[in-house]
Write a protein that binds this ligand. Structure first.
Ligand code: UDP
Ligand code: MN
Length: 334
């Protein structure tokens, strides 16, 4: 290239009879320098685009590194931690869901897991009333991509027998809720882990606004529950001027120390972790599980009424009708 350029210049100059040996040397020198400069610039740009490509490769490796090395739940946990940076003041809400096999189980769990997907900072604890973990529950949890803990705790067989006598309706969810409480106490640290604990049965219906209310809880928060106890809703009665709970409207024993359904309260994790002996029990009288459990933690005067001073219903004690299944289509799992 240099040779061609020099040759061309030489012929031009010669043709114009402006040839002078000194000028020629100078021009040649300038052209050589120009060429060297062009060559250096070109080389540098090649190296630079190589570095760019390497950088992109490195970043994409970095991006996939987590996925290659961590389990799906761990990746979710990292993503959740990332999201938590934007919700740093929001506590984690530990939702405790006892569940047992019946035809509607997958439908119930799908429904509530998809409610939970709409909320930040959820840790779903699902406890199967079964001897071992089932594929139905395992699949719903993994499809939900929620941070979740899957446990099993079987209801004692003597309690199950009570079903034969409709007057002695057995306690439901006792063993399962206790298993979740044990898990919290074994795995979380008082003072370090912060959160709220909510007993979230698999068949109720939850408005996502309820979880915003729970985020305000200092010790124990309470709110109305729709469609329960033979009423359109049960609710704590709130004194408008003091903002304190003075009593309860409940279709079932309103004079209980806490006449509140399982869906109508949530408790700070600090309290759950510090009062370790607070549990549910088969010994408790019928309909007294909630009241006796709450008595471990608080008094009526201390309750924190939420949902606009208990004027809004954000949870309904819905019960799914038992379907009559008279035939099974092979290969289709419900
Ligand atoms: N449950 C359970 N084992 C049972 C019956 C119920 O684990 O044998 C669970 C159920 O899935 C629900 C909770 O315990 O999450 C409360 O049960 P249920 O909704 O039947 O009670 P109710 O609506 O009568 O309070
Ligand atoms: Mn129920």
């Amino acid at each position: 290239m240099v040779y061609v350029m020099i040759n061309t210049m030489f012929h031009i100059l010669k043709a114009r009879r402006m040839f002078h040996k000194r000028y020629l040397v100078l021009i040649i020198l300038l052209l050589v320098l120009l060429n060297i400069a062009l060559l250096v610039i070109w080389k540098l740009s090649v190296i630079e685009s190589g570095i760019d490509k390497l950088q992109i490769l490195k970043e994409s490796l970095e991006l996939h590194k987590d996925k290659l090395q961590l389990t799906e739940q761990q990746v979710l946990l990292l993503q959740q931690l990332e999201a938590e940076k934007h919700h740093q003041n929001r506590p984690i809400i530990y939702c405790i869901t006892p569940t047992y096999w019946r035809y509607v189980q997958r439908a119930e769990l799908t429904r509530i897991s998809q409610t939970l997907k709409l909320i930040q900072n959820i840790h779903w604890i699902v406890i199967e009333d079964a001897a071992k973990k089932s594929d139905i529950v395992r699949n719903v949890i993994s499809e939900s991509k929620l941070i979740a803990t899957h446990l099993v705790a079987q209801t004692a067989s003597f309690e199950k027998f009570k079903d034969k006598n409709p007057k002695a309706k057995r306690h439901r969810g006792v063993e399962q809720r206790n298993a979740a409480l044990n898990w919290l106490r074994d795995n979380l640290v008082l003072g370090k882990d912060k959160g709220v604990v909510y007993f979230m049965d698999d068949d109720n219906t939850y408005n996502i606004k309820l979880f915003d209310e729970m985020a305000k809880i200092k010790k124990v928060g309470v709110w109305p529950v729709g469609l329960v106890g033979g009423l359109n809703a049960e609710t704590p009665i709130v004194d408008r001027t003091t903002g304190k709970v003075t009593g309860y409207r409940s279709g079932w024993l309103p004079n209980r120390p806490f006449a509140i359904d399982m869906a109508g309260f949530a408790i700070s994790l600090d309290l759950i972790l510090s009062i370790k002996n607070a549990n549910f029990s088969y010994e408790m009288a019928k309909g007294m599980q909630e009241s006796e459990f709450l008595s471990f933690f608080t008094t009526k005067e201390e309750l924190e009424p939420l949902a606009d001073q208990c004027t809004k219903v954000y949870v309904w004690h819905t019960r799914t009708e038992k379907p009559k299944v008279s035939g099974i289509i092979p290969g289709l799992e419900v």
